[in-house]
Design a protein around this ligand. Structure first.
Ligand code: HEM
Length: 402
């Protein structure tokens, strides 16, 4: 059932998660095309153990719990997230050359300006769609800034990103594939330009980066280009939208944050735990093993269910209470440690911080403009979030409002 987006059509099935954690923490499920089915790992400690043990649990040929793809489908096999050590280790080293603290700091300067522009564009309005007018633009532009996509090309790259994701049920498989091809060709041509004229951006670093005498192939760069657009945009967008909805539904928490912005760092971690924008990734056992007392055979797939681990009563006190100053908070929204831990975690945290500061301080009388149960969700078993979230407000304060 966890492979089926319908399972998550009304949000996370927390009652099911709770029952699994209590009675069947490593449960077996049928899959429409995978003969062996798959295991669901529901507890925090088990999700952590599997994530950190790359010698036993592999990401190849890809870690997606796809309802349609064959079990050994290799189309995603070249993605960074589908690689195992030692190749993964080398690739990540190469990519880290473009993710230096200096580069992330430069981006951070731009994040504030971008948030001001996004919010400033709403100056004459009293309502908007939090998803399409606010939240989606920040991560898209931040990644485009990081990679070096010129402003004029961004609208097109954003459209391809939306299409390749396939969260809109009306987009056909052919349209998804065409968008991916177009994105690759675009990345190729941008690389050509950077080879001729390098700039201070991630692409220029990636085309020249070397580790142990090896550099990235053009295909690896193209794939990374696509992975960054996808991994960095939907996830951060949903942290902002669902996180803000949660705060609007829990006015005491919102007031507390507004009254004391210094709790923002722990508040972001708690919203990450609560929202869990990424639902699950899988691993494949390389040899016979066991998880939580269940025998897992070599070749079996296991799904790590992050939103369940994030409400595990064994790992968190009162896990169903939103506590914006929760500490410690060992949530697994970015993964549970191990070699694939989210590459963009700090960037996402920073984007969320600046955006929540603006939402909390600049919008007076902010409220949702539609009942929560009527809001359309994205169609996915990977990413949870809303496709639209209408909001309204009484007045908008200028940037820099304390
Ligand atoms: C709230 C926002 C985000 C969430 C919740 C999130 C979550 C995750 C998760 C769960 C994983 C897999 C971890 C694992 O398998 O152990 C991951 C991997 C990854 N994320 Fe994020 N992510 C977010 C934002 C970003 C951003 C902003 C970027 C890029 C700038 C990014 C780039 C990546 C990449 C490249 C990987 C693959 C890393 C690898 O395989 O080595 N993510 N992310």
């Amino acid at each position: 059932m966890f492979h089926d987006p319908a399972t998550f059509a009304d949000g996370f099935p927390h009652e099911t998660f709770r029952a699994l954690r209590a009675d069947d923490p490593v449960s077996h499920h049928e899959h429409p095309t995978w003969k062996r089915g798959y295991w669901v790992v529901a507890r925090h400690a088990d999700v952590q153990r599997v994530s950190r043990d790359a010698a036993t649990f592999s990401n190849a040929p890809n870690p997606f719990l796809d309802a349609e793809m064959a079990e050994d489908d290799a189309t995603m096999a070249e993605l960074l997230i589908s690689q195992d050590p030692p190749i993964h280790t080398k690739l990540r080293k190469l990519i880290n050359k473009g993710f230096t603290p200096r580069r992330v700091a430069q981006l951070e300067d731009r994040v504030r300006g971008r948030v001001d522009r996004i919010v400033g564009a709403l100056a004459d309005r009293n309502e908007c769609d939090l998803v399409t007018d606010i939240a989606l633009w920040l991560p898209l532009h931040v990644i485009a800034d990081l990679v070096g996509v010129p402003e004029d090309d961004r609208a097109q790259v954003f459209r391809w990103t939306e299409l390749t994701f396939g969260f809109d049920e009306n987009v056909t498989a052919d349209e998804r594939a065409d968008a991916a091809t177009a994105m690759f060709m675009y990345a190729d041509s941008l690389c050509e330009q950077r080879r001729a004229e390098p700039r201070d951006d991630l692409l220029s670093v990636l085309i020249t980066a070397e580790v142990e005498g090896e550099s990235l192939t053009q295909l690896q760069i193209d794939l990374f280009f696509m992975l960054l657009q996808n991994a960095g945009s939907e996830t951060t967008r949903n942290l902002i939208t669902t996180g803000m909805l949660v705060l609007l539904q829990q006015p005491d928490a919102l007031e507390r944050l507004r009254a004391d912005l210094s709790i923002m760092p722990t508040a972001i971690e708690e919203l990450l735990r609560w929202v869990s924008p990424v639902m699950q990734f899988t691993r494949r056992a390389l040899h016979d093993t066991e998880i939580g007392g269940r025998t897992i055979a070599a070749g079996d797939r296991v799904a790590l269910v992050y939103p369940s681990a994030n409400r595990d009563e064994r790992a968190f006190d009162e896990p169903d209470r939103l506590d914006l100053s929760r500490q410690p908070n060992d949530h697994v929204a970015f993964g549970a440690g191990g070699p694939h831990f989210c590459l963009g975690a700090n960037l996402a945290r920073f984007e969320a911080r600046i955006m929540f500061e603006a939402l909390v301080t600049r919008f007076e009388g902010l409220a949702t403009a539609a009942p929560a149960e009527t809001l359309p969700r994205v169609h996915s078993n990977l990413i949870d979030g809303y496709a639209h979230l209408p909001i309204r407000w009484d007045s908008l304060q200028p940037a820099g409002t304390p």
